[in-house]
Design a protein around this ligand. Sequence first.
Ligand code: ADP
Ligand code: ZN
Length: 628
Amino acid sequence: MRERLRARFGLPDFHPWQREAIDSLLTGKKRVLVVAPTGGGKSLTYQFPATELEGTTIVVSPLIALMEDQVRGLSERGIRATWLSSTVDPTERRRREADLAAGAYELVYIAPERLAQGHVLDMLARLAPPMVAIDEAHCISHWGHDFRPDYLHLARVLERLAPKHVLACTATATPIVRDEIVSQLGFAADEMEVVLRGFARPNLHLTAREIDGARERKRAMVSAVKTALGAPTEPAGAAIVYTATRKVTEQMADLLTAEGYRSAAYHAGLDPTVRGQVNADFAAGQLDVVCATNAFGMGIDRPDIRAVVHVQAPGSIEAYYQEVGRAGRDGQPALGLLLRSTADFGLRRRLIERKWTDEQPDENHVKQQWGLFLDLMRYVEAGSCRHDFILSYFGDEQETLGGCGHCDVCVRLEELGEDGVRSVNDDDALVVRKALSGVARNRMTAGLNRVVEMLHGADNEKLRSMGLTSLSTYGLLEDRDKDWVMILMRRLLTAGLVEITTDEYPKPYLTQLGVRVMKGDEPVRVLLPDEDAGKKAKGKSSRSGRARTPVEMPANVDPELFERLRGTRMELAKEKGVPPYVVCHDRTLLEIAATKPQPLDQMAEVHGMGPARIDAWGDRLLSVIAEG
Ligand code: ADP
Ligand code: ZN
């Protein structure tokens, strides 16, 4: 297959996940959903199989410009492809259709609205296509950002054409959209293989902070921009400041202008010519900072964005990931700071409900949007690695790092841990283990609230009647506030140590990782909530307000080598069945990527590479350096 990839597509090799998707498409489940970021290389996962399979593959694509582009690219490589859309003039269209019927093409791209026409479908059915590929598959989802009614015909189209192979692809990673794609295409959840990859952005220093009002917000924002860009006389790239409202964009832009940065506000209420100018100036490097609502962003591809600061929380993890993902496209370190204040909850609620001005809000939709926002709030509150949180939210488990080493949580753990072990101190670890043992003792009888009450040592009839007061773990955390124990429990959930049953009465239980952490076989990598967290008392200063400087990425690090080292670490981790951080930490890989140690003994000087690690992994890591 690699030979033919070279010969026909001029590419040296598949990305491992492309190979996985193609294998599954050709010989596995034969129905595959590929989820990867834009530019990740999704098209190859259907284009290559199309050239392998006998017959004409049908590709459904919503954008005519995109179809033309792809067909041109394929034709240049001598791969026979064409497209059919309403923009092709009738004579030419008839010619293409005749060629198609004669089997002249390996791929035909077609707009979804044409599939709704009976004669088009008849014609395609006569081709008996071996495969149907659906590009931008999130268009089928009502929850997606780009719903297209024409995509709803696709289940019927698939039924009629009955292709042996079906591939759908999208860059939208939200679990709910993913599930809807599978079901709208007419498949059961286990009939479609999901290959989801490429969402890790290890060069982003992710930080999230709770702030106390507008003054702190301004201070934190200005300080982040200054840290990321340096002095306004010689800014090291650009920054974007995202807000939830138009008014705040103006405020923030004024602040930064006063600091000397070339800044502008951007929102949908501005005149289109003004917006166009801001876009153009930012792209041309005439502006250092744009303060914007989410209206700004389409088509931003400045590679040198050093910081994306959210002064108000956006609507979901997906929205956040997309916006923060505009930072550091050049692979160099960049900052992603998310500021959250209590006021954001009310604000978001209003924004969600404002969609319906003169009709009753759709209750389901509000509930769903609100749920997505609460997921993002969990991200802010999480006590475990930010990267891993996002990756496991998207289901990109393959790329989770077991701690990235440079988000605010990892940095904090690094400070707390001893000897370069990223973990909390022994006292805190004991608290976590107590909480875990409480979950274990409960043996899936009581729900989360009761388990929290039991650990806290509450005294009520319900606990007694359920026998929870006589457990050995009763009152283990009696010196803590009940709300505090609940926050801790939520952190254990987001860190993947505790899971909840999905039946009518959800009950917590330990995951395998949770069991290992409880037994002390695995370090505790979850930060405890602040002592005053959960206390209702207002005006208490929060300890989390303290600014933390992220670990610096070595300046001379080779990002491409770093990526390859991470890939190899993942392979090694899989081979040995251990989490990636056991192989070595990100910091170690960064240092290797910067210093490129050659003989093995030079590797001993790299931070974190003790003799045991050199023994176990040294050769493999060296060979990665040698390849480059
Ligand atoms: P997507 O559809 O995911 O947005 P594309 O399929 O358009 O991304 O691919 C983006 C770019 O990546 C293209 O220029 C493509 O040639 C390149 N690419 C895809 N797969 C590989 C590969 N295995 N090796 C090198 N380049 C690749
Ligand atoms: Zn981290």
